[in-house]
Design a protein around this ligand. Structure first.
Ligand code: NI
Length: 187
């Protein structure tokens, strides 16, 4: 296993559509995933997508810890999940705002609109299909990670860029999202 170098915003690998994995059970996939998990844990991330480690393949890894889940029904802890060739679709059209960061956009946080509920399916390392519905933070993580496979970073999803900032500044000057949005249409 090895720690991999994380690509940062501006690197072309992060704006390229990643390729389908022909054989999810291939040994190289298992090795790459092991390194992605090690890299994610070392960097303190909750998810990572293969393009973030310069591997342009449709593979994501994520976990949802109990401290991050919302009170939205259907949100919940998720053990470490490996999804290969994932497909995500919204359930309903309700969107919600929430904070996101990204290992490829270090030092920043932003408030991003995402679908409240999604269903997703993909294949695990054993070649078995994984199909789930997700809500709240779980749904947000999946949308964020799978966006990476289509070359999309969270700042591209932000609709109000007043809600993007450096973590250090936001800690010193907490952002009142409700106040900022007063009188603003949220799309
Ligand atoms: Ni990310």
């Amino acid at each position: 296993m090895a720690l991999l170098k994380i690509a940062r915003m501006g690197n072309p690998v992060l704006r390229t559509r990643a390729a389908e994995v022909a054989d999810p059970t291939a040994p190289w996939v298992r090795r790459l995933v092991a390194d992605m998990i090690e890299t994610m844990a070392d960097a303190g991330g909750t998810g990572i997508a293969a393009p973030q480690v310069h591997a342009p393949h449709r593979i994501v890894v994520f976990e949802v810890g109990g401290e991050r889940i919302t009170d939205v029904p259907g949100d919940g802890e998720q053990e470490l999940t490996v999804l290969i060739n994932p497909v995500v679709e919204p359930v309903g059209d309700e969107r919600v705002l929430g904070w996101e960061g990204c290992l490829s956009v270090p030092g920043l946080r932003g408030v991003v609109p995402r679908y409240l509920r999604v269903r997703y399916r993909g294949v695990g390392l054993d070649g078995e299909t994984i199909a789930r519905e997700a809500a709240g933070f779980h749904a947000r993580v999946v949308q964020h990670e799978c966006d990476h496979l289509d070359g999309i970073l969270y700042p591209q999803r932000i609709t109000d860029h007043r809600m993007l900032g450096f973590v250090e500044e936001l800690q010193r000057h907490p952002l009142d999202v409700a106040e900022l949005l007063a009188g603003t249409e949220v799309a």
